[in-house]
Design a binder for this molecule. Sequence first.
Ligand SMILES: Cc1cc2nc3c(=O)[nH]c(=O)nc-3n(C[C@H](O)[C@H](O)[C@H](O)COP(=O)(O)OP(=O)(O)OC[C@H]3O[C@@H](n4cnc5c(N)ncnc54)[C@H](O)[C@@H]3O)c2cc1C
Length: 814
Amino acid sequence: MTDLPSSARIVVIGGGIVGCSTAYHLAKLGAGEVLLLERGRLTSGSTWHAAGLVGQLRSSANITQLLGDSVKLYKSLEAETGLATGWKMNGGLRLACTEDRWTEVKRQATTARSFGLEMQLLSPKEAQELWPLMSVDDVVGAAFLPTDGQASPSDITQALARGARQGGVRIVEETGVTGVEVEGGRVVAIATTRGRVACEKLVICAGLWSREIGALAGVNIPLVPVQHQYIVTEAIEGVARNLPTLRDPDRLTYYKEEVGGLVMGGYEPNPIPWALDGPPQDFEFQLLGEDWDHFEPMMRLALGRVPALETAGVKQLINGPESFTPDGNFILGEAPETRNVFVGCGFNAFGIAAGGGAGMALAEWVAKGDAPYDLWPVDIRRFGANCRDTAYVRTRTLEAYAKHYAMAWPSEEHASGRPLRRSPLYDRLKAAGAAFGEKLGWERPNWFAGPGEEARDVYSFERPNWFDAVAREHAACRERVALFDQSSFAKFLLVGRDAEKALSWICANDVAKPVGSLTYTQMLNARGGIECDLTVARLAEDRFYIVTGTGFATHDFDWIARNIPADCDAHLIDVTSSRAVLSLFGPRARDVLAAVTRDDVSNEGFPFATCREIAVAGAPTLALRVTYVGELGWELHVPTEFAATAYDALMAAGAAHGIAPAGYRAIETLRLEKGYRAWGSEIGPDHTPQMAGLGWAVKLKSGQPFLGRDALVEKARAPSPRLLAGFTVDDPGVTLLGRETILRDGARVGWLASGGFGHTIGKPIGYGYVRDPAGVDAAHVLSGDYQLEVAGVFVPATPFLKPLYDPAMTRIKA
Ligand SMILES: Cc1cc2nc3c(=O)[nH]c(=O)nc-3n(C[C@H](O)[C@H](O)[C@H](O)COP(=O)(O)OP(=O)(O)OC[C@H]3O[C@@H](n4cnc5c(N)ncnc54)[C@H](O)[C@@H]3O)c2cc1C
């Protein structure tokens, strides 16, 4: 047995594909002493029994790029290490059997092309030529990704392990991690079955077991094991070695060639969770019992596609456990709870496809302290307090598993585990016809059904059933006044003697303003990229109130907390639950507010970008004069127990002014017209404020130091390779959803980060970056002749850089 060192700079737990890939890339980065510990033998968890399909296309450009990095690595790994990997780039086919699915596939092909992946659209006959064994009677069309492929999961992992060893990584098998020592909020050592190992950094790549190991370090990792099955057949005549992989989502199944036969697996709509009390510690190179009853519906669906399966001999039905997550994406990054504990797990049955790229990204994160690029869709900080409970995680995860091959509808909401977090206004809003959406467990009104309408989403790639309702709310806000329940906003207090100093360092905008000031600001990473986009209210010399988006609660808290300089007396406290938020927006907002308060809410008495305590119908309220919709208005932050009283009073006073309750989908259409950016859509860690047209909110000229400043100064020396632009389409019947390709003078220059409809201007609106390595400025953007590719159709588009709708500014100043 290999000796166990008493210390290592970095310990990686888990010898599956992800742990081995991370160790391999840490070695490449020269990250110092790396020790990989595997409780059993390498590959003995989920990796050895994976089917080995390697697909690349995802709905995020960066995750697609990450999967593309896997492919690049798998292509060269055998030559580098001398170990066979079974890598074959035989391409991947995806079938569409309904018109809606065909629209989805066409939109995916547009997305692929936006992201630089070739994806061809084929007729059923052309698809059949590539996959002669299949019947195509019900096929409407297909897509082919020539660079997809398949690999031997164990062989790839062993090759990565060899590459890691060659780079100096110590791999020790048959050594289980049994404890994690944390001191002062940081990991300092681990306990193993063979003794203690001191370490500076810990990387948890323990597959199904990661949740339990995370708990040892005080880290919440929301994943649960679920059974997943596939069959392996004997050789079938006509199955060629170069047969592409095949995904048949309408029949819930996938296929690949294996030794002249087929592997066929599927995603059952009624998945079976495994190991409810945590996976056993001695589960090594084991499978679960064959469950033919459960697999039979998959088999029947597959027979309709591949009639040859009827007579093919089945060698084995593999039933293996795999870790799945509540949103179907894997989990990467540094845990917010404990410093220097990193996570790479929850691969939702695409760990072989993702392993190469995820290991690369995670290794950089570990070695350099920052992700190589924006990885928000897989960032561990995308989860919230709702995901601490395993039963909830399991419920939502089973829904995600069951929907693996379901249509991915625009704006689709999860159905399970609801309602969980409710604002005090929930029942009132429901009675008023709210159709709710969910974020981080919060129920939030998306739109309000009118008389004769049902408060239920009916999804579509064209105009959805809530279009008219949102148009009504949008008009109410623009023309009269609307009341939005935004209680789910994340809210933090930063308190302490040095709160101003700390926040001045973390914020790109100037927040060192008088008490009562309100500042919209970004927080930047060392690359000058936007990590947070939020509002800061100064309540006192030593007290700031920070408001950010619901979904960013964990991420933004972590970002602020970890960047408070060590010598500062400044403490961050999450106060989200203490206040409900009633956002009163619209030209009549002042009239309504004035009717329920004795405080001065005139423009002189309560100017834009200020905040103050006022009384609203007896509720002590922190009022923030701010807007995300381009109208006069206030966010009223009301202690939770006063919320219902304040809401009733505002609605009653608003009746004379035509007030309407309104939801998040109207906020979206309103902000698209006003040009406000949304983090996670148009802005994120890869975009500087300058690229995003937010340079006006950065205190560069002040000379004050702040995080990310040096990078901005450096970047300003060269022309920006991209600039955020808005686009409108004249045809109101075009549906923009985001990811449509942007063509400038016939050349692909980017894709839409977001899309929607502007009900006041009566046109579809999209935002996306126009790219050109030689540099992009406003003149370049505005001088082009543009088209957008929407589900394969090219539509003329007009670029813009200024808000489409701004008369509110004159009202606000009036
Ligand atoms: C039936 C099936 C088919 C699949 N098909 C595909 C496919 O076609 N394509 C694809 O991309 N993916 C597929 N997958 C998914 C793929 O297998 C996984 O995503 C991938 O193997 C996950 O790798 P991992 O390294 O995260 O986890 P694992 O391979 O499970 O590795 C984790 C390792 O951690 C070790 N460990 C656990 N606890 C400890 C401890 N306390 N101390 C030390 N070591 C510990 C375990 O022993 C294990 O070896 C499939 C999965 C299943 C179940």
